[in-house]
Ligand binder design. Structure first.
Ligand code: FAD
Length: 494
């Protein structure tokens, strides 16, 4: 007999509910715990998962295999080419291992939920107990209601309810204990699993040698790295987070999103740790930076709540269905310029180049480039959403979809459509010294002063031209007018 934990986007041993429950049961019956993970190239393809993200997962699995191995817990990792055969393959393995209990943590996307439902049924038919638990979010979807008993579709009241719920149930933030040592016989019995290396990335998601080095250097993988980063952030930066978080050159945010999204860090761990360094020992009050940071982590929960209550957002539909009729431009050349960061708008170009180089972009810049694509270029926000998933190392369906919906004004609790970011003003406000632009747009590195925000409009055109920096692809004032009209027309055609 054996107990199995099926890892998905929860690649850690600390504070992992499903894994912890599996470990407790294995200990109770004194039977081995087996951990497993399926590499599914078709799932990666279907979800537009970026190659750096796949690489990050595989590097994390190496760490996990080592850590679990120290407890004689085998980690079985296998590539299954045809995603439709994953459930059958799982059942085959459970039977082979004599597993009567299987645990996993719930993923809220539609495909994943369907697969879990199927597994629950199939396992039941075979007398296997399949338990999928809430772990990815701090407060599970469905627990919070408005006073009228409805689901929240606005963040502020939702977050007040989220905080109140956690203050009323402080145990919800307690850590789940890591699994203990397997019985000594496990090493011999599962020798083949211990001896099998982690597979390499599927062909469709392979990085070049240079990319692999770059991403390994930028984003060391695994939960130890996540916990160290969290610790450093709490010790050094969280206190001033509120006043510094919007400035991309400040390097003042936690840079933990990749860990939340791969599950090397639980949102619960992050929120509990921040609470514990707050003078109030609460999620609100006390230090403004701590309070502000917790509320950002809460946004992550909010978007998962949205995804699970309005699953049509998974099907390329805007949350606000009345925005279905906007007439988008599908200009391939402009889209390509946006992707490559050659729009002639320095802040937009810097941000896109940061994304292309790091697999990451600062939050303020994500909003700027998303607004620019949807409103200045009037290109379907779903093309940008997809490009982000294809390039972000922290790509997360719910947060990405939520962020795009916010910026394009089509999502839940969005920016009103008539509030259109002016890229120049955003640039001057949030990158006042131009340091972020100069870092990512080398053509403008020698441009001094405020001209860096708009080289052709502010007398630095000669330098910009000499260095091959493009002129702006649109006139913001004109595009603003066009966007307002299109959005209004779209709404009129309900
Ligand atoms: P910090 O500022 O230190 O915040 C701490 C944590 O809170 C983050 O790690 C993240 O887990 C969470 N968080 C912070 N802001 C948000 C937010 N607005 N929405 C949801 N969660 C948040 N985040 C992703 O993790 N994956 C995505 O694919 C993603 N796509 C986005 C697309 C757009 C268009 C926008 C506007 C935002 C997107 N975000 C996404 C949210 C946000 O930009 C990143 O989470 C943040 O920049 C990560 O950096 P950090 O870890 O330093 O964040």
């Amino acid at each position: 007999e054996a107990v199995v934990h099926w890892f998905k986007r929860d690649l850690r041993t600390h504070d992992n509910k499903g894994l912890s429950l599996a470990g407790q049961l294995a200990k109770k019956y004194n039977i081995p715990l087996i951990a497993m993970f399926i590499v599914s190239p078709q799932d990666y393809q279907a979800h537009f998962t970026s190659p750096p993200r796949v690489d990050f997962e595989l590097r994390t699995l190496e760490v996990l295999k080592r850590d679990l191995g120290e407890k004689d817990i085998p980690l079985f990792v296998e590539t299954v080419e045809d995603r439709k055969t994953v459930p059958a393959r799982l059942l085959e393995l459970f039977e082979k291992w004599g597993a009567k209990h299987v645990f996993c943590n719930i993923e809220y996307e539609v495909d994943e939920l369907r697969r879990e439902a199927k597994m629950t049924k199939k396992c039941l038919e075979r007398g296997i107990d399949f338990t999928a638990v809430h772990d990815d979010v701090v407060v599970a979807p469905g627990q919070l209601h408005t006073q009228q008993g409805k689901q929240f579709s606005v963040y502020s009241p939702w977050s007040r309810a989220w905080i109140a719920h956690l203050h009323a149930n402080p145990d919800m933030l307690n850590a789940f204990e890591a699994p203990g040592q397997n019985p000594p016989t496990a090493r011999e019995r599962f020798k083949d699993i211990f001896d099998t290396p982690i597979p390499s990335a599927p062909e469709n998601k392979k990085l070049s040698e240079e990319e692999r080095k770059r991403f390994t250097h930028l984003w060391p993988a695994g939960e130890h790295e996540a916990l160290e980063r969290l610790e450093r952030f709490l010790n050094q930066k969280i206190g001033v987070y509120k006043s510094t978080r919007n400035f991309p050159a400040a390097n003042s945010t936690a840079m933990l999103s990749v860990h939340h999204s791969a599950g090397t860090l639980a949102a619960r761990t992050a929120v509990r740790s921040a609470r514990d360094v707050n003078s109030t020992k609460k999620l609100d009050g006390g230090n403004e930076g701590i309070k502000g940071w917790i509320s950002e982590v809460a946004w992550r929960d909010f978007y998962k709540h949205v995804l699970s209550h309005w699953p049509y957002v998974c099907m390329h539909k805007p949350f606000k269905y009345e925005y279905t009729n906007i007439e988008w431009e599908y200009d391939a050349d402009l889209f390509d310029k946006w992707c490559r960061g050659v729009t002639g708008f320095p802040i937009v170009d810097a941000a896109m180049r940061q994304l292309n180089h790091m697999g990451y972009m600062h939050n303020r810049c994500r909003m700027i480039v998303a607004s620019f694509l949807a409103k200045d270029l009037l290109i379907d926000w779903r093309m940008g959403e997809r490009y982000f998933m294809e390039h972000l190392i922290d790509g997360d369906f719910a947060s990405n979809n939520g962020g795009w919906g916010f910026s394009a004004s089509t999502g839940v609790d969005p920016q009103p459509y008539f509030r259109i970011f002016n890229p120049l003003l955003q640039s001057e406000k949030f990158d006042a010294e131009g340091d972020y632009i100069r870092k990512w747009v080398p053509e403008l590195a020698e441009v001094e002063g405020k001209a860096v925000h708009d080289p052709y409009g502010r007398g630095a055109g000669v330098v910009a031209e000499r260095n091959g920096y493009p002129r702006p692809v649109v006139d913001h004032k004109e595009s603003r007018g066009r966007a307002l009209k299109r959005y209004k027309d779209g709404l009129g055609r309900e």
